[in-house]
Ligand binder design. Structure first.
Ligand code: SF4
Length: 359
């Protein structure tokens, strides 16, 4: 694509670009606010800009490169969006309305190169990393669908980088997107409102720890031993548990007072959910004395994945064992599983088996 995607530019970069077009600095700030604060997706809507500037921008730049293909609405209000990039690749985003603050789960890659055996996205393989602009635009599209363009949202927004892809393999565009979204004259979603989930890319965990204004970290564990984790998350062969937890221990130095970081543990029936797995997990985390909590995530079954979810009683028993061994543990309520919007279910599924919501 030859046109510059303006959502991928910081405010300073946008000011410079407008200056190159012979415009004063305030015009750059005006366009930035129109894109990110008012969430306008075309220059035609920016009626406070001179006509000549709007058509110049139209020739050289674009405010939108993603196309919304389908939207699915769950009985619990969760919305899943299937979008396409300009080169025809799938991007999925999930909007989860909550009483006080909405959560948007965004994707950092189209597909994913990691082969976690409990995840549908893995079956797509890696199509490509998303750009910073494509990451930001997912949030703009979701907010506009929920609240309309040009209006303030009634709630704050949390972001979770838990959609398709391994965020730390798209580290640069991801970090740039987060910086752009934290701008107070734009979306103003500060890093403390953002959680990035990794399958365990150790060098990036260490790098994240050195970034002063960093998002929260969540690490997907899925198994308490290397033997089992090698099978469920092959990335473990490169960075086994000992290396991963040592990196987490180092990351702990960057935690703010009161902050903990999160381990996610998908619960697969008769695979990783026994009492002895719970004890092994607690012992592992206690050995490293990590200031962490564990989120237990009931698996969301989806053909052709070969797993079933653990029963509610099993999950609760597992949680109690962790708690009894001093590891804070919580059960995450699945959202949007009826529309394939829940964890591990994003695989660019179309309308089959689903009722597409009227748009
Ligand atoms: S769970 Fe995450 S890291 Fe693993 S294959 Fe799926 S999208 Fe990739």
């Amino acid at each position: 694509m030859n046109k510059t995607h303006l959502l991928g530019l910081s405010q300073d970069e946008l000011v410079s670009l407008l200056q190159e077009l012979g415009q004063p600095a305030f015009r750059g700030r005006q366009v930035f606010a129109a894109l990110h604060n008012r969430r306008l997706s075309s220059f035609a809507e920016m009626t406070d800009l001179p006509n000549a500037l709007r058509s110049k921008l139209d020739q050289q730049a674009t405010a939108s490169t993603l196309t919304l293909e389908s939207r699915y609405i769950s009985t619990d209000g969760t919305r899943r969006y299937l979008m396409k990039t300009h080169d025809g690749l799938p991007v999925e985003t999930v909007f989860i309305p909550e009483d006080r603050r909405d959560t948007i789960c965004f994707s950092s890659q189209s597909g994913c190169p990691l082969q976690c055996s409990f995840c549908l996205t893995a079956q797509l393989g890696l199509l490509r990393n998303l750009t910073a602009g494509e990451i930001v635009e997912q949030i703009v599209i979701a907010l506009n669908d929920a609240y309309g363009a040009g209006s303030q949202t009634p709630h704050g927004t949390n972001l979770v980088g838990m959609g398709a892809g391994e965020p730390f393999l798209a580290f640069e565009p991801l970090m740039k997107a987060l910086r752009i979204m934290s701008d107070p004259s734009g979306l103003h979603i500060v890093p403390s409102r953002v959680t990035i989930s990794t399958a365990g890319i150790v060098p990036r965990i260490l790098e994240l720890a050195t970034i002063p204004d960093r998002p929260h970290l969540a690490v997907s564990l899925a198994a308490p031993t290397d033997e089992l984790r090698d099978q469920l998350m092959p990335v473990n062969k490169k960075w086994p548990l000992e290396k991963l937890l040592a990196a987490c221990k180092q990351f702990e130095n960057s935690l703010k007072p009161g902050e903990r970081f999160t381990f996610e543990y998908v619960m697969l029936a008769d695979v990783n959910d026994s009492e002895s797995h719970a004890r092994q997990l607690a012992n592992l985390l206690n050995r490293y004395q990590l200031r962490a909590k564990v989120n237990l995530i009931p698996h969301n079954p989806a053909a052709p994945l070969p797993y079933l979810p653990s029963s509610a009683q099993t999950v609760e028993k597992f949680r109690r064992i962790l708690e009894a061994k001093g590891v804070p543990a919580f059960v995450r309520r699945p959202r949007g599983s009826d529309i394939y919007a829940a964890c591990g279910q994003l695989a660019a599924r179309g309308a089959e088996k689903l009722a597409a919501a009227p748009s």
